[in-house]
Design a binder for this molecule. Sequence first.
Ligand code: EPU
Length: 338
Amino acid sequence: MKIIADFSLKNYNTFGIAAKARFFVEVTTIDELITALKLQDYPHKFILGGGSNMLLVQDINALVIHLNIKGIAVLEEDENNVVLKVMAGENWHQLVLWTLDHGYGGLENLSLIPGNTGTAPIQNIGAYGVELKDRFVSCEALHRENLQIATFSLEDCQFGYRESFFKNEGRNSYVIVSVTFKLSKKNHEINKSYGAIEQELQKNDIKNPSIKDISKAVIAIRNSKLPDPKKIGNSGSFFKNPIISKSEFEKFTEEHPAAPFYKVSEAAYKIPAGWLIEQCGFKGKRFGDAGVHVKQALVLVNYGNASGAEIMALASNIIDNVRNKFGIAIVPEVNLIK
Ligand code: EPU
């Protein structure tokens, strides 16, 4: 374990922000993680996973512990299902491809999401009709103070739309070290309910898609509208889609009959923030190296050398404009590291 001082995090966050860690160390086992957390000389510690859902607004004045613990193990299997335990440092998309190569179904709709497996439960990653919680069995997390590993069930995690225990009460107390999933080996539950998937399959004349076909369709859709973080820095959706009450929705839809929406329940409606932001004229706009993606207004991008503060200033400007035009509050989905 080598501790490096004044380490640039540019290659460790998908936004490509060149903030620095006062100290940086990479851990590849749970024992190393415990050793790093025990280091008395570094009172402030910050856990960094895949760096895919955060904005570094400034330098991190702490020991940054980069989790790079790998491993995939089959815990149980029968003729229908397999239970997989995946260590936190496994890259999410590589895991999805690995499951598909083994014929395991369940994660295909979550193809090409940046980041690592250990971070995925924190915001209950979701896309194209499936959320992590739908395949989740449990996760193991190390308590940062007592250094004990606890197992969290589906219920314990309190998953919601881009929400979990680990993003709320459990924030900063735990480090997720492994995640356990239950996947199918046959009779896969093919989920093509999200409109764009059906269109993509039709385009390729696929009537009975396999799990690999769904994955390929999702990859094609994502590539067509989401920027590749290796080419243009970004953190996926920067904002959550706002959820408004029925009465707010009735007023909103009367004023904006063309607006897209999803009904969440009888009492709640979700409005795509991308649409609200586009209506405010921000889509494709660029302010220095900070910008709003050309093809999806929900995604803020770093064209090269934007600072976290510049991206944040753009985000605040967008929030104000959406509030003034629509009376709707949008909030960041990414973790703001200040
Ligand atoms: N829209 C616009 N303008 C835009 C973007 C979107 O008008 O610039 C409209 C679209 O036309 C469509 C609606 O908004 O009618 C929804 O757009 P889209 O299908 O692209 O999905 P989204 O609601 O913008 C969410 C997730 C994405 C996920 C997709 C697909 C959130 C915050 N984002 O985006 O997740 O990939 O659905 O399931 O819920 C992420 O979290 O990083 C992420 C990319």
